[in-house]
Structure formats: structure tokens, C-alpha cells
Design a binder for this molecule. Structure first.
Ligand code: GLC
Length: 567
């Protein structure tokens, strides 16, 4: 990609005529900021997972590979010097080790090859390093794609690149973002950025995309949430709260959440979104209140609650967050939840009910229940459905939303195990030969035409429409460990290991069982590589889960509605 042309200078910032924003001299400030932060400081090491998690984990792997001395790190404690708890899958390793684990060696080598540098510092990883096809924007650092890379680096004790990434994207957030004369919210984080090298001037600049260049001009609603979640993972993993405590970071968190917490016409606590505003970044009928975003929203709110300082400004904000969390968890746990009993209730719903006594609150027509859902629903198990809005329930199963609901404790412990029950009961459908289906089932025929707008990339059982995405293995692994069922993750990883490296780490697989490398899948897709490494490292050392998992929030009141999932 050649550097964008037609710049007009404004206050040291450059706004391109095609509305692309390019950073120039502000990088110098960044560099100073980094130097300041790189000064040594005492670190707190907090690597905690709950005792329940450890107990349940032990219950299952008494003859497994969990190292006892890691348990000490699973309690809150502070030490005054940096202690690296290195995973057995870390680099560097002896040659002998790599000879016996060639896939892991290959993954680390490929992950490092995807690193992007800005003025000598690593700042992120490319989405894919596949020169055999048109790069489109896969040669950029995507915020969501970097998360598994960041976790792999953190688990390996390499926090530098994560810190640089968090600061760089924070800097990008502060730019004025204008698309076709329309100014975007201050808190919006970019979907991706690219480092541009100018060999003539021997300089480097950054190009950022806030959705204005993306295919379909989709808004990256998830970027800000991932940024907060990653900041908390960094803080938790390193014990270094000085980054999150910086006024710039505190402000960044508040700006992201301000766009979500502002008052409006909403009657629901869920966040209203346009289609394709997350990992599924094309039209897939997920507009409205998609679970993929609601679960991330919940998790980001909970991370912000932990990260925000309780000073005068912070306190007010935390109060807003507390209130929203309460309402959001009630809404999702009650209305998005589907199990056999709930399905049967909807099947028998009366319609056109008015007033507060309505049972069928959203006026869902039983006739809108798709046929497949009756067969899909196991006797034991349940899940959060894709979307809930007036007279519209999207019954599709979405992987990311359900796994994030588990790791963030949006799902109650009973709901969390019911989701894992469903995954086990519907293994053929959801895991098949390559973990893991991004959503289930695929839409086809007339529905595909209407919902996707005849999208040839999203044909049935391909890409976002029922395709299988290896990156999702890390989320499944985190959810499995959290619910005390690591054998589910182990089974899935074994399946993936048969093919991933041999197939050159594809972005996604196609087909009902995920048997075919995706039609337009990039090879050497970084998050397929990093997702695998994170899953392996977490399984070997479950204390890593602590950086990405949240305990149940005792402040959140339990729902009063009859708990159908306990049957
Ligand atoms: C595709 C995916 C999106 C990902 C991007 C870069 O557009 O749908 O989730 O961030 O590729 O890998």
C-alpha cells in the first residue's frame, strides 16, 4: 500500500483529504512517554485464579501437567522484584524441546515474524503474513487481532510490545476522526493501524483506520472494549499498575465508556449497534444488540471498574458503571438465555401482551422460532442467543459472545456449565474437525440473500457464516479451564494440532465440519497462531487464566426470575 496522499496540516496532526488520519510529530511525545514508562519500578505479581478454579482444575487433571509451585502465584500477593513465571511453552527453549514440539516452535517463529516496529520499538503484529494473495488490509495491526498475540507475549513475560501497543493506540484515539465531514466520538478506538516507511525521507508515520477505510465502512465497536480488557490483562499479568494509572490511560478508559454510557432513548441496558461492528465485520444480520458486543461491553465495564481510580471524577464514573452492570447482567442473564425449558416457554408464548404484567415482553412470535433450534437444543445445556430486540430473537449460537460471557462471569456459574454442556452435546456441529464454529448454524438460500445482501464471501458454512475459526480455541480453552473442564479444551486443541501448522495456519476453515481450508482464507494468519499458543500455555499453566478471567461479582444481585437452567 502506498502512503496516502493529499495531506493538509492542522496543529501537528494531518488529516488526509480522503479522511485518512496520519500521525506525524506526536510520535516524539510517545517516544518520551515510553522511555518514562520503561524506567524500572517495583512490580506486583498478581497471577490469581480463584480457588474454585484451581480446585476444579485439579479435580480433573490429577495426573496432568500442572506444576504445583505455580499455585502460590494464584493467590493475591505482592513481591518487590519482577518475577517471571514462564510457561513451559515459552521461548527461548532448548533445541531438544523444539524437536519434540515442532508445532510450538513453528508458531513462535511465525508470531515473531509478524511483529511490526515503529521507530525501533515493536508496537503490534500484522493480521497475516501471506504474500501469495492481495494483502488488502491484512498488512495492518488490528486491535482485536492483537489481543491473542498480546496474551501470548504476556504469558511469555514479554510485556514491552503490549505496553507499546496500548500507548500507541491510545495516542491514535486522541486524533480528530472525521469521515465525510462527520466527526466520530472522541473515545472511538481504531479498527487497525499501519506503519508507513518513507525511504526517501527516511521517516515512519502511522496510518489509522477508524472504520472509514474498512470494507463496508463498519464501525469497530469492539476495539475500545478489547483495549480496556487488554490494559487490565497487562496490569494483572505484570502487577504494574503505573500504566493504567497514568492520567492519559484513565482518560482513555473514560472516553471509551462515555460513548456507551450516555443517556438516550434506550429502553434496554444493552448497547445498540450497527451490523458488522466486531470480529464479524460484514453484514450478517447482527445489528441491534448482538451478544458478541454485549459480552465484551460487560467485560470492559468490569475491567474499567477495577482500573479506574476512585478519585472525584473516577468515583462518579464507577457509580455509572456499577448501575449499568447491574441492569446489563439482569437483562442478558434473563432475556438472552435459552435452554430447553425457556425454548418450550417461548414455543407456548401468548402474543400482543400489554403492560408490566407481560410474560412475552418483546412480543416474540412463536412462529419465528427456526426449525433447527428444536433439534439443536440438548436436554442438558443452554446458551446465550445471538440477539434480542422487539419481536426479534436471533437464535443462532455465537462462539465469542458465549465464551466471553463465561470468562467475564456475565454467565452465572450454572449458565457457564450449561454452555459447556451444550458444546459437549453438540460437538459435531460446533467443533467438528476443526475448532471452532464462529456461529451456528449457517444461513442459506433466501435468508442468506436478505440477511447478508448476497455476500459471496459469507456463503453457507464459510467465513463468518458458520465457518470455523482456529483463533477461537483460546477463548474455548479459557472457558473450559474456568468451568473446571480442561479436557474439553484438550480435545479441541488435539484436533487443531493435526492440521493447523501443516495447513500454514489458515484464518478460517469451511464446511459443516470445518474440513476445508477456507475459500478466501489467508495463510499465516497471526491470531490463528497466537490463539493456539495461548491455548497451549493456559492448559499447561492455568494460572495464566487470571489475566483474562474475572471472578463472579458479588455486588451484582442474583436474578429473581425462575432459574430455568438449574433443571
Ligand atoms: C477479517 C475478520 C476480522 C479481522 C480481520 C483481520 O476482516 O472478519 O475479524 O479482524 O479480518 O484479520
Amino acid at each position: 500500500m502506498s502512503p496516502p496522499k493529499d495531506y493538509s496540516h492542522q496543529n501537528g496532526r494531518v488529516t488526509c483529504r480522503d479522511q485518512t488520519v496520519v500521525d506525524t510529530n506526536s510520535e516524539i511525545e510517545d517516544y518520551d512517554l515510553l522511555r518514562l514508562l520503561n524506567r524500572t519500578r517495583p512490580l506486583n505479581i498478581e497471577r490469581n485464579i480463584s480457588l474454585v478454579e484451581i480446585r476444579s482444575f485439579f479435580g480433573e487433571i490429577s495426573n496432568g501437567h500442572f506444576h504445583r509451585n505455580n499455585i502460590n502465584d494464584s493467590h493475591h500477593h505482592h513481591v518487590s522484584s519482577p518475577v517471571r513465571i514462564r510457561s513451559g511453552f515459552n521461548t527461548p527453549r532448548s533445541n531438544g524441546y523444539y524437536e519434540s514440539h515442532p508445532i510450538i516452535a513453528d508458531a513462535w517463529e511465525k508470531l515473531r515474524r509478524s511483529l511490526v516496529h515503529f521507530r525501533g520499538q515493536p508496537v503490534g503484529t500484522l493480521a497475516a503474513v501471506d504474500h501469495s494473495v492481495d494483502e488488502l488490509n491484512y498488512d495492518q495491526v488490528f486491535v482485536r487481532d492483537f489481543v491473542p498475540s498480546a496474551l501470548a507475549f504476556l504469558m511469555n513475560g514479554e510485556e514491552g510490545v503490549v505496553k507499546n501497543f496500548l500507548l500507541k493506540t491510545l495516542r491514535l484515539q486522541s486524533w480528530e476522526k472525521i469521515v465525510d465531514q462527520f466527526k466520530l466520538g472522541e473515545g472511538v478506538m481504531p479498527a487497525s493501524f499501519k506503519v508507513l516507511h518513507d525511504p526517501v525521507r527516511n521517516s515512519e508515520t502511522i496510518f489509522a483506520d477508524f472504520g472509514e477505510s474498512a470494507i463496508g465502512r463498519v464501525a469497530p465497536v469492539d476495539s475500545g472494549f478489547w483495549w480496556i480488557i487488554l490494559l487490565r490483562a497487562y496490569t494483572k499479568s505484570t502487577g504494574d499498575s503505573s500504566l493504567a494509572d497514568m492520567p492519559e490511560c484513565q482518560n482513555g478508559i473514560r472516553l471509551i465508556l462515555s460513548i456507551c454510557l450516555s443517556e438516550g432513548f434506550d429502553t434496554f441496558p444493552t448497547l445498540l449497534c450497527a451490523d458488522g461492528c466486531c470480529m464479524i465485520d460484514r453484514r450478517m444480520g447482527i445489528y441491534g444488540y448482538p451478544i458478541e458486543i454485549q459480552a465484551l461491553f460487560f467485560m470492559a465495564l468490569r475491567c474499567a471498574q477495577l482500573l479506574l481510580k476512585k478519585d472525584d471524577v473516577g468515583k462518579e464514573f464507577v457509580k455509572l458503571i456499577d448501575d449499568r452492570l447491574q441492569a446489563l447482567s439482569y437483562h442478558i442473564r434473563s432475556y438472552f438465555w435459552l435452554d430447553l425449558k425457556q425454548l418450550n416457554d417461548i414455543y407456548r408464548y401468548k402474543t400482543e401482551e400489554y403492560s408490566h404484567t407481560a410474560v412475552n415482553k418483546f412480543n416474540v412470535m412463536p412462529d419465528s422460532l427456526p426449525n433447527w433450534v428444536f433439534d439443536f437444543m440438548p436436554t442438558r445445556g443452554g446458551y446465550f442467543i445471538g440477539n434480542v430486540s422487539p419481536a426479534r430473537m436471533d437464535f443462532r449460537w455465537f462462539c465469542l459472545g458465549n465464551c466471553v460471557a463465561i470468562i467475564s462471569s456475565l454467565a452465572t456459574p450454572q449458565q457457564a456449565s450449561a454452555i459447556m454442556d451444550l458444546i459437549e452435546a453438540r460437538w459435531e456441529e460446533l467443533v467438528g474437525e476443526m475448532p471452532l464454529k464462529i456461529c451456528y448454524p449457517a444461513i442459506e438460500g433466501h435468508e442468506w440473500r436478505i440477511v447478508t445482501g448476497c455476500d459471496p464471501k459469507n456463503t453457507r458454512w464459510s467465513y463468518h457464516n458458520g465457518g470455523s475459526w482456529p483463533v477461537l480455541i483460546w477463548l474455548l480453552t479459557a472457558a473450559s479451564i474456568k468451568t473446571g473442564r480442561p479436557q474439553i479444551a484438550r480435545r479441541a486443541i488435539e484436533l487443531a494440532e493435526h492440521r493447523l501448522s501443516k495447513d500454514h495456519w489458515p484464518e478460517y476453515y469451511d464446511g459443516k465440519a470445518g474440513r476445508y481450508v477456507g475459500k478466501q482464507a489467508r495463510k499465516f494468519q497471526t491470531w490463528s497462531i497466537a490463539g493456539y499458543l495461548v491455548a497451549k500455555m493456559m492448559l499447561e499453566d492455568p494460572s495464566h487464566l487470571g489475566m483474562i478471567s474475572l471472578e463472579e461479582d458479588k455486588q451484582i444481585k442474583p436474578i429473581k426470575r425462575s432459574a430455568s437452567w438449574t433443571c
